[in-house]
Design a protein around this ligand. Structure first.
Ligand code: BV8
Length: 251
């Protein structure tokens, strides 16, 4: 697909862009994806880790998996793909990022309008009281112990502040995500395998809303069929190129 053809169609729309983002955007930042060749899930099945039953059965194993991810994340920086979305927001073309990623790299890249639809790994919440606390390097003690306990009630375990399989999404976040989808006329689907619902249904809503849907991935996915265009290649290259040409043409 010729990127200029795609961009001409977008410019014609006087675009209001929303992005639906997955682990592929953070690959170039050193974060392994979930289902790729070096995916996080390869050594385990998702049910062994990112579910409430896994946590109640073996909280130490689940926390070890999150600590392993945090050790990588603390070395990670946003990459040009993250910064491209920040640029689109600064130019008032992007109205929001709906991210399945829990790594917090969009915020570090300077984006403000972010819906962390699957939660955030840098925070932990008490399994019982309403306490939510930072869990990453700023509270070193918590980050390095096998079973972190709530600093408030001091009785119960902390758990990662994320959405596990079988858990409902935060209703407010889901409402924000669907509203952004309806308010936009262009959706960028970036670095996601499109297998996790309900997020993977958003491009369908976008199509029903007559939006232009553009996929940025290194391969075809189950979502490709709903996309008007697929820009194949590493998004840390294709998204900055798309953004630069789009902004040039919209001057
Ligand atoms: C819910 C936790 C209802 C945080 C995650 C059977 C059939 C269908 C659905 C289900 C089913 N059984 C259960 C379900 C529902 C389930 C689901 O969808 N399961 C799937 C696996 C079948 N969904 C849920 O449970 C959701 N909740 O439905 O609740 C409910 C209602 C009321 C009451 C109770 C319940 C909750 C889903 C959230 C799960 N939590 N993570 C964490 O620890 O991270 S999901 C996990 O997968 C991550 O959040 C991740 O972001 C997400 C999606 O993965 P991707 O981001 O797409 O990553 P992936 O590795 O898969 O793909 C990477 C892509 O990047 C690839 O396409 C690759 O080609 C591409 N790529 C790689 N490099 C690059 C690149 N692209 C561009 N450039 C590159 N350089």
């Amino acid at each position: 697909m010729n990127i200029n053809t795609v961009i001409d169609a977008v410019v014609e729309r006087d675009p209001t862009i929303v992005s639906v983002v997955g682990a592929g955007i953070s690959k170039a930042s050193g974060m392994p994806t979930f289902r790729g060749e070096d995916g996080l899930w390869n050594n385990y099945r998702a049910e062994e880790l990112a579910t409430p039953s896994a946590f109640s059965k073996d909280p130490k194993l689940v926390w070890e998996w999150y600590r392993a991810r945090m050790r990588i994340l603390l070395e990670a920086e946003p990459n040009p793909a993250h910064y491209s979305l920040t640029k689109l927001e600064e130019e008032n073309i992007s109205i929001g990022i709906i991210t399945q990623n829990v790594d917090g790299l969009h915020e570090i890249a300077g984006s403000k309008k972010i819906v962390e639809i699957h939660g955030r790994i840098r925070y932990a919440r008490c399994v019982n009281c309403d306490n939510i606390e930072r869990w990453d390097s700023s509270t070193k003690a918590q980050k390095d112990i096998a079973l972190p306990y709530c600093h408030k009630c001091e009785i119960n375990l902390l758990r990662p502040d994320v959405v596990w399989f079988g858990e409902p999404l935060d209703p407010q976040s889901w409402q924000q995500a669907t509203e952004l989808t309806m308010q936009s006329n262009v959706m960028l689907v970036i670095g996601t395998s499109g297998v996790v619902v309900p997020v993977s249904t958003l491009p369908i809503y976008a199509k029903q809303n007559n939006s232009i849907v553009i996929e940025f991935n290194i391969e075809q996915t189950p979502i490709s069929g709903y996309c008007d265009y697929s820009l194949l290649g590493p998004c840390e290259e294709t998204l900055p190129e798309f953004t630069e040409i789009l902004l040039e043409k919209m001057k």
